[in-house]
Design a protein around this ligand. Structure first.
Ligand code: SF4
Ligand code: SF4
Length: 468
């Protein structure tokens, strides 16, 4: 018997657990109508990683949409099978990119997960999300305590003490094992003290940097590089001093908290807009940037917040689409060795961003650039997927590493922090002559005379054979 039970009748009225409507590429649809848009053509079967690896219909986009439709109609009795079908979806969106009917399968799979009794109601996850929402200082204190133990060589102790569990993020326990270093200073600490990002004395700004949790808490070098790029190429800006975008809560089924995070950020955006007029909100993790662009969808049942959410969403840009290739010149094209670009799912499928970052990376790498086969195939990171579905995630990662090895790449440029964590974990184990680097770190490293070359310079001994 599954840990969760599927509600016999899918209740549209449960606002705390279900979105009222979805904003699809073909217009606003009820969840049922969006699922019913799937005509079962199977065209997405050629791009869905979980289907291609297993050949199982229930692990395809078509199967998931069918399950949801039957759930809403009250026809599904097999809770075990449906839970597996929704739980194994990477939410990568490759199916939606390929689909003529533009069925939003990732949103539908999440609706399916939320229809499971108990999903998202884990006590510790609730504590963590609420701490992040209402007491960031305390959340950050615990996270720093765990990271400090890691720095002192006692990473296992943080685990034993249950710090990661306390944070409701058991995925972090496994993630810290593949982190080279854990930061003791978060981006919020740094940027709130940066006079160049202080709103005081400014009348207009072109951008506000939005510190997303990956860069803020795990990879501050990414945020530092993004802000360095924005300062050089996009004029005056400020630090948004924002809250978590809400994606963690959203993906864990906690819709109410996801909306609260969104509201806090919208309020902050409105304060800044009142002071500076129009500007761009720039984030540097594609998963979160894509989510913030869909804030309006969280409020289709709330006419007072909906237009405000739409205004916020319209101002969001991924750092991948901010820099123009015309603006950059490489100070040392060879520094990164043979370079390729991995399309993070929520950049290419979630936001249709492919050309802009590729043009910049190609220009900076010059003849060292090589296209990555299946570059828009998920790497298996997908938020916490590597930890919730380790077997499938491993197969997907192996395929990504094989593709990287096939072109003998030394540097893999990515736009999402979960890809950074996941691909580097795979490379470290099976193709250690290459490494993944965030787009901002790569671009800043090759264009900023004062950046450290080591940031984009892969380890020696490249071009070894993969051991897959
Ligand atoms: S999701 Fe789209 S591509 Fe896939 S079976 Fe349904 S209609 Fe066809
Ligand atoms: S979101 Fe990805 S894993 Fe899920 S059904 Fe679509 S292609 Fe398959």
């Amino acid at each position: 018997m599954s840990k969760y039970e599927i509600n016999e009748l899918y209740d549209h009225a449960q606002g705390a657990f279900h979105l009222k409507n979805l904003l699809t590429d073909l217009g606003e649809r009820s969840v049922y109508d969006a699922a019913a848009q799937c005509n079962r053509c199977g065209y997405c079967g050629t791009v869905c990683p979980t289907y291609m690896l297993t050949g199982r219909e229930t692990l395809s986009a078509r199967g998931r949409n069918q399950f949801l439709r039957m759930l809403i109609e009250g026809k599904v009795a097999g809770a075990e099978t449906a839970a597996e079908s929704f739980g194994t979806c990477l939410l990568c969106g490759a199916c939606s990119s390929a689909c003529y009917a533009k069925v939003p399968t990732p949103d539908l799979a999440l609706e399916g997960r939320r229809s499971q009794t108990g999903y998202g109601r884990n006590f510790l996850a609730g504590v963590a999300v609420n701490l992040l929402l209402n007491n960031r200082g305390f959340f950050e204190f615990w996270l720093k305590a765990a990271f400090l133990l890691k720095k002192l060589g006692f990473a296992g102790l943080a685990d034993l003490l249950g710090l990661y569990d306390f944070l409701g993020l058991p995925a972090l326990s496994a993630a810290q094992g593949v982190l080279d270093r854990a930061p003791l200073k978060f981006l919020r600490d740094i940027f709130n003290q940066d006079p160049a990002l202080n709103p005081k004395g400014k009348k207009t700004v072109s951008w506000a940097y939005f510190a997303l949790c990956g860069p803020n808490y795990i990879f501050p070098e990414v945020g530092l590089a993004s802000v360095a790029l924005l300062k050089r190429f996009s004029g005056e800006g400020v630090f948004a001093d924002n809250f978590c975008c809400g994606l963690i809560a959203y993906n864990y089924g906690r819709l109410t908290e996801a909306k609260e995070f969104a509201k806090k950020n919208i309020l902050r955006f409105e304060e800044l807009t009142a002071a500076f007029g129009n500007f761009t909100v720039v984030g540097d993790c594609s998963s979160c940037a894509a989510f913030m662009k869909t804030y309006e969808q969280l409020f289709t049942d709330d006419e007072s917040w909906r237009p405000r959410a739409a205004a916020f969403a319209g101002a969001v840009k991924d750092i991948l689409e901010v820099i123009d290739a015309e603006q950059v010149t490489a100070r040392d094209r060879g520094a990164a060795g043979r370079t390729t670009y991995h399309d993070s799912c929520r950049a290419c499928h979630g936001q249709d961003i492919r050309k802009e970052p590729r043009a910049v990376v190609k220009k900076l790498a010059g003849e060292n650039f090589a296209e990555l086969p299946e570059s828009d195939w998920c790497c298996g990171g997908a938020g916490a997927y590597a930890f919730t579905q380790p077997a499938l995630s491993r197969q997907i990662l192996d395929r990504k590493v094989r593709n990287i090895a096939s072109i003998r790449a030394a540097t893999v440029v990515v736009g999402a922090t979960s890809c950074l964590l996941q691909i580097n974990a795979g490379l470290k184990e099976k193709y250690p002559s290459a490494k993944a680097v965030h787009y901002s770190v790569f671009v800043d490293g090759l264009t900023n005379p004062s950046a450290k070359a080591a940031d984009v310079n892969p380890p020696k001994g490249r071009f070894t054979s993969p051991t897959i």
